[in-house]
Write a protein that binds this ligand. Structure first.
Ligand code: HEM
Length: 405
């Protein structure tokens, strides 16, 4: 690693084409390192340290209003409703408030059996592939991976099909605010309008579900109760918006990054095609190999002594799960893709209190999606144009992925 500042590496498109050499260099130089990034931040890059960071009680996730910092102070009042909705997301709570919400939400997810969802996911996958099959080519992201997780979650929430397209636009707007680079005022305003529209719609549906309960998550959330505690209405709508956001870009990128990795490793793709029973290990390996969520930021709430370093209150910690997933101390020969590898200890769904609540669903969607793609498209191959990764430090994904079949 040269003396270039870490910030300068991270603004270079070459880093986004392949971030793994830099992660390796950082880990080998110092796995918990203070850098010039974002005015001074600790970078965690080894498996042991990232796992410890994800569970550390002084590393807080209370960052809901963070997007406001990038915008002029005189717009903060206008954007307060958006900041308030985000501040109710369980994702941005620390214990004990987080523990309370997590119990209520976890209870709801536990009642939503994956076996019941499986046929719905299968039919969404085949519906999308039916639509593109006659053309003989597609952009995997636009035509398939972008839509699948939304169809599934919109269906789980019990939103009728005629409202589906609007939901897709609304969640795209929220994704742009939180998933993209530094947000502009225009992006924040659009996200605020979309959150308001979505909440209003969910409010109407909730009124309906109170009168006529149905087999959907909204009904379960309305009934959710743990230790005599219930969700308030505002909390409920905020978690629904979170589901749409949390399960969308992430699952899209698991399918996009994963398929791109397989297409660049034809021997692994063939191995999976010949033995479809490898699909479970293959999805874990694809999550490890090119993680859709590369890193998570945390704020230090109190001074920490960690392995001889003084990490100070108010500083930032950036936990690079994607670097941890390539740590040779945990995964032998980590840069090799091996669809038969037992890689389920990867950190792509995080670890500790915020461990992804939708991991089971995301795994199932990806298993069904890859199986269907390989089965229905025996001649699947990359189109001529090499795909480009979006320049985003958190959510790693391709701009498009053109394939022929
Ligand atoms: C490949 C797909 C996915 C990946 C890689 C992923 C990754 C993650 C990660 C890394 C976190 C921790 C965030 C943090 O600690 O700051 C998380 C949390 C969460 N995820 Fe996922 N996720 C995926 C799919 C989904 C799906 C499909 C859903 C639901 C529909 C979902 C719902 C959630 C929720 C509700 C949380 C917050 C949990 C909490 O704060 O306790 N995720 N996810």
């Amino acid at each position: 690693m040269s003396e270039r500042s870490v910030a300068s590496y991270l603004s270079d498109p070459a880093f986004y084409a392949d971030p793994y050499p830099l992660y390796r260099a950082l880990r080998e130089r110092d796995p918990v390192m203070f850098t010039d990034l974002r005015g001074g931040a600790w970078l965690f890059t080894s498996y042991e340290d990232v796992a410890a960071g994800l569970k550390h009680e002084r590393l807080s996730n209370a960052r809901a209003g963070g997007f406001l910092k990038a915008l002029p102070p005189d717009t903060h009042a206008e954007l307060q409703p958006l900041a308030e909705t985000l501040s109710r997301w369980m994702l941005f709570y620390d214990p004990p408030n987080h523990t309370r919400l997590r119990k209520l939400m976890g209870h709801t997810f536990a009642q939503t059996s994956l076996d019941t969802l499986r046929p719905r996911v299968e039919s969404a996958v085949h519906e999308l592939l039916d639509a593109v099959e006659p053309a003989g080519h597609m952009d995997v992201l636009k035509d398939f991976a972008f839509q699948l997780p939304l169809l599934v979650i919109v269906d789980m929430l019990g939103v009728p099909r005629d409202k589906r397209d609007e939901f897709i636009v609304w969640s795209g707007d929220i994704g742009q605010l939180l998933g993209g680079a530094t947000p502009t005022l225009e992006v924040a305003r659009r996200a605020q309008r979309s959150v308001a529209a979505m909440t209003e719609y969910l409010r109407e549906r909730a009124a309906l579900r109170r009168r006529a309960p149905a087999d959907d998550i909204l009904t379960l959330l309305l009934q959710a109760e743990a230790d005599g505690d219930k969700l308030t209405e505002d909390e409920l709508y905020a978690q629904c918006v979170l589901f749409l956001f949390a399960g969308h870009e992430t699952t899209r990128n698991l399918i996009g990054n994963g398929l791109y990795a397989l297409l660049r490793h034809p021997e692994e793709l063939e191995k999976l095609r010949r033995d479809p029973s490898l699909i479970k290990t293959a999805v874990e390996e694809l999550l490890r190999y090119d993680s859709p969520v590369q890193m998570l930021s945390r704020v230090v709430t109190d001074d920490i002594e960690y392995k001889g370093r003084r990490i100070k209150k108010g500083q930032m910690a950036m936990l690079f799960m994607a670097a941890a997933n390539r740590d040779p101390a945990e995964f032998p020969d980590p840069d090799r893709l091996d669809v038969a590898r037992k890689a389920s200890r990867h950190l792509s769904f995080a670890w500790g209190p915020h461990l992804c609540l939708g991991a089971g669903l995301a795994r199932m969607e990806a298993q069904i999606a890859f199986s269907a793609l390989l089965q229905r498209m025996p001649d699947l191959r990359l189109a001529d144009e090499p795909p480009q990764f979006v320049m985003n430090l958190v959510l790693r994904g391709l701009q498009s992925l053109e394939v022929r079949f």
